[in-house]
Design a protein around this ligand. Structure first.
Ligand code: VG1
Ligand code: CO
Length: 549
């Protein structure tokens, strides 16, 4: 390199051993990411591993949390040093995960780097994360993230161009070394896509005819999208979008759209006399959604089943679905619908990356996870606002309430009572020993009494991808009972403090008139059964889960 080259090579004294991406990218506390060379090490590994970097186009943005702006600055200078041809980034660096996926596809990019710890809290005392997406717009496959991790372990140096901070205040163009930087509005292309998929005029007429809605962006990325979409295109009254300006610390809110963390919205809707007919919230990076009706909460597994059952209501899907998929712990409510409607269906491990091959191969149109994620082949990520529009389109078409739609669904297809219990921040050694002990019981408990039934089968979920035959095991302990119920245990791959144990309970009841039954009550035998079998409260010292969904 000549003396005048703007590219600097910086030595990393000791490589980092803890940069293994989890369920959805690399996620650590904000302070952890601020260690000298930490972010740079991971980004260097991405640029050395992602196919097509030299001469390619990269999409870059994030959910606006603390660290977003600094990371964009570093990544731009490192991209230029690695001879990326063009980086497309966004005004203020604001880019939701589904919008990033769309931009990858629109611009034939090599992929995207999305700066987000998703539904984890933000700010200097919260978490930061880096998601890596490939050229199909979806989360990088395991094989790629494994390579990236391997690269970080032996890394001794990284390349970066000298300081050149650029302004992200408005759409513009810059050059860093030989690389073009295009700054676009991160919202516009996404809205164009939504306009193609849905009949927004019909939704607008419906919600402005005495069907009041509330949307909570939880001070995270969906604020600017929802303002333009809901208050702009759908002409909902100003104020419909709450907490609509992205803040670095999400204003202290935890941007996880569930009943615990989006409790203000929940309080507003769960009141039977609420003046609102529909409520929704999204997570930090805009890929998750929670749906509420007046006096009712829609379980995400049911939500997926209801979207599939009503696909004919939506212009983009009314000609039929190629297939549907759910992650393994998601309830089988969608399977019941798929069987009934003769639609092929698939079961994948947890994490959106496992839907990618099925979507690319045209095997599935709609897919979802129990963790408030639903999406379709319009992008390669789950998509929070898309799900909100899908729901509103169904309701507008049928002109019924959320509660009526759910009631009709359960009467027709039966009800999958379902709940997830999360035990957060368990000391890692305790979580692993609990999990391993339970796994070792496997052969000993087959045929034994459990929760008023008996254990029929127990395993640890394995998956062979039907498209590329890639294989993965250890995806969660499954206990199936003779009466059709099941309990699943997994250790989370997105937490940053200790270990999080997730337990999923499911019990199917054919066409039921008992519509008001509380799932915690319906599932109480399973809940008690697993506590004594796996010794959860004894071993963790916690007498209740941190979050119940
Ligand atoms: C969780 C969810 C999983 C989801 C993942 C990423 O993973 O359970 O369904 O795909 O988060 O979501 P885990 O390993 O903690 O259970 V997000 O909104 O980061 O993109
Ligand atoms: Co997310």
């Amino acid at each position: 390199m000549s003396v005048s080259s703007p590219i600097q090579t910086i030595k990393i004294p000791t490589s980092f051993s803890d940069q293994k991406p989890g369920t959805s990218g690399l996620r650590k506390s904000s302070r952890h990411f601020e260690q000298t060379h930490y972010l740079e090490s991971f980004i260097e590994a991405i640029f050395r591993t992602l196919p097509g970097v030299e001469g390619g186009t990269l999409i870059l943005g994030g959910d606006g949390r603390y660290g977003n702006r600094r990371a964009i600055d570093i990544i731009l200078r490192m991209a230029a040093a690695h001879h990326v041809k063009r980086v497309i980034t966004t005004v203020d660096g604001i880019l939701s995960t589904p919008a990033a996926s769309n931009l990858v596809r629109l611009n034939n990019a090599i992929g995207a780097i999305i700066l987000s710890a998703s539904h984890n809290s933000g700010g200097i005392n919260g978490d930061f994360g880096v998601k890596i997406n490939g050229s199909n717009g979806g989360p990088a496959q395991e094989s790629l993230t494994d390579e990236i991790y391997k690269c970080t372990q032996t890394l001794t140096e990284y390349s970066i161009c000298k300081n050149q901070t650029i302004s992200l205040q408005k759409p513009d163009k810059y050059v860093i070394f030989n690389m073009e930087v295009t700054i676009i509005d991160g919202v516009d292309d996404y809205l164009k896509l939504m306009q193609k998929l849905f009949d927004l005029d019909k939704i607008s007429d419906f919600i402005n005819d005495d069907f009041h809605i509330a949307f909570d962006a939880l001070n995270a990325v969906t604020g600017p999208y929802a303002k333009k979409l809901i208050e702009g295109l759908l002409k909902a009254p100003e104020g419909t979008v709450r907490n609509g300006i992205p803040k670095e610390d999400f204003g202290g809110l935890h941007p996880d759209p569930n009943l615990t963390y989006a409790n203000k919205l929940a309080e507003l809707l769960l009141d039977k006399n609420s003046s609102y007919s529909f409520g929704a919230a999204c997570d930090g990076d805009g890929d998750r959604n929670m749906i509420l009706g007046r006096g009712c909460f829609v379980n995400p597994s049911d939500s997926l089943a209801i979207l599939v059952a009503n696909y004919k209501c939506v212009p983009a899907y009314c000609n039929g679905l190629k297939g549907v998929a759910r992650s393994m712990p998601t309830s089988s409510a969608v399977d019941v619908v798929a069987k009934e409607l003769a639609i092929p269906y698939y079961e994948t491990p947890t994490g959106w990356k496992f839907f990618g091959n099925l979507l690319d191969a045209g095997k599935i149109t709609i897919c979802g996870e129990e963790s408030f994620g639903t999406g379709s082949d319009h992008v390669r990520e789950k998509d929070g606002l898309w799900a909100v529009l899908f729901w509103l389109q169904i309701l507008a078409e049928k002109r019924i309430s959320v509660a009526e739609l759910m009631k009709d669904h359960w009467l027709r297809f039966g009800r999958n009572y379902y709940s997830r219990h999360d035990y957060e921040n368990i000391p890692t050694d305790i979580a692993f020993s609990l999990y391993e002990r339970l796994e070792s019981l496997s052969n000993k408990i087959i045929g034994k009494n459990f929760a008023g039934s008996s254990v029929k089968h127990m395993d640890n979920f394995e998956y062979k991808d039907p498209i590329d035959n890639s294989f993965i095991d250890q995806q969660g302990i499954r206990i199936f009972l003779a009466n059709g119920s099941r309990v699943i245990l997994r250790l989370s791959g997105t937490g940053t403090k200790g270990s999080t144990l997730r337990i999923y309970f499911e019990d199917y009841v054919p066409s039921t008139g008992d519509l008001k039954q509380d799932p915690q009550w319906a599932l109480k035998n399973l809940i008690q059964g697993i506590d004594s079998l796996a010794e959860i409260s004894t071993r963790t010292g916690m007498n209740r889960p941190t979050v119940i969904t």
